[in-house]
Write a protein that binds this ligand. Structure first.
Ligand SMILES: NC(=O)c1ccc[n+]([C@@H]2O[C@H](COP(=O)([O-])OP(=O)(O)OC[C@H]3O[C@@H](n4cnc5c(N)ncnc54)[C@H](OP(=O)(O)O)[C@@H]3O)[C@@H](O)[C@H]2O)c1
Length: 271
């Protein structure tokens, strides 16, 4: 029996991966993974909306032949504050009239002497971690999904972590937040799939950024982490760009509700 026919869409390889003119929000875009992802979309000709708590540095220059969609829309906001998520979505629609991709990348991993103590410090770390990593991502994803459903298409990429699926020491709020975000992806994928909205998890391994700099520089921790990586090197933020472009593009038009690990083989490694 013949199945439903595939939707109309680009068929040449370059068109499949083309994100020219797409409107893309990237949170936490001032540095690290978010900066690389935003720069990658800009270099591919997308209209980029960069969101961060801190001032956003200029985008790196793009190749001369690259399609240029124009300067990014930069929004300096703390995503845990009140109506910041709806403000970001409204500003995006005001500027570009649509929203094609949301990359929920902003995240924190906060130090705490004893995360299991019944103390104000431990409470504050728990609250802030859940507020940034889960609740802010939820509010943006909720609004973005509704906009995309109205358009009949869109891609939401939630940046999770190995900590969403494996046990790591000393950071229970980070793990809980990322595991909940991972599952939120499945709920959204289920509820908005019929309206053409795809929702996926991008799961980075150990990437050298400000977040991981202390363990990158500590010889023992550096080597311990490296020993899990089948590709035998720490990740760079730029390693996340291709997988993000894939999930955002029509090349992934039948992909929803997945985890895409970008971890140098960490999760797949046996001995
Ligand atoms: N690096 C890794 O190895 C790794 C591995 C797995 C997953 N990840 C995930 O990848 C994402 C990016 O991590 P990264 O390593 O690039 O970290 P990073 O270098 O610390 O960058 C995170 C960015 O997000 C911003 N941000 C944090 N809270 C925010 C808020 N409330 N509102 C707006 N912006 C906010 C930060 O600004 P402020 O610092 O000023 O708040 C910072 O610019 C995070 O979700 C992280 O959990 C990273």
């Amino acid at each position: 029996m013949a199945g439903a026919s595939a939707p109309e869409g680009p068929s040449t390889t370059s068109a499949l991966f083309d994100v020219t003119g797409r409107v893309v929000i990237v949170t936490g875009a001032a540095r690290g993974n978010g900066a690389a992802i935003a720069a990658g979309f800009a270099a591919a000709g997308a209209h980029v909306v960069r969101v961060d708590r801190i001032d956003l540095p200029p985008l790196p220059p793009v190749e001369e032949q690259a399609p240029v969609a124009g300067p990014p829309l930069d929004l300096t906001v703390d995503l845990v504050e009140g109506r910041s998520a709806s403000g970001v979505l409204e500003a995006t629609l005001d500027s570009f009239g649509r929203l094609d991709v949301l990359v929920n990348n902003a995240g924190v991993s906060l130090a705490c002497d004893d995360p299991y103590a019944d103390s104000p410090d431990a409470e504050a770390v728990w609250d802030r971690t859940l507020a940034v990593n889960l609740e802010a991502a939820w509010r943006l994803a909720r609004g973005a999904a509704r906009i995309m459903a109205g358009q009949g298409s869109g891609s939401i990429i939630n940046v999770t972590s190995l900590g969403a699926v494996r046990g790591f020491p000393g950071n229970p709020s980070y793990q809980a937040s990322k595991a909940a975000l991972r599952q939120l992806t499945l709920a959204l994928a289920r509820d908005f799939g019929k309206q053409g909205v795809r929702v996926n998890n991008l799961c980075p391994g150990y990437i050298h950024t400000a977040m991981t700099d202390a363990s990158f520089r500590d010889p023992q921790k550096h080597a311990e982490r490296l020993s899990h990586m089948m590709l035998d090197r720490w990740g760079m933020s730029e390693d996340l760009v291709g997988p993000c472009l894939f999930l955002a593009s029509d090349a992934a038009r039948y992909v929803t509700g997945i985890d895409l690990p970008v971890d140098g083989g960490w999760l797949a490694r046996g001995l």
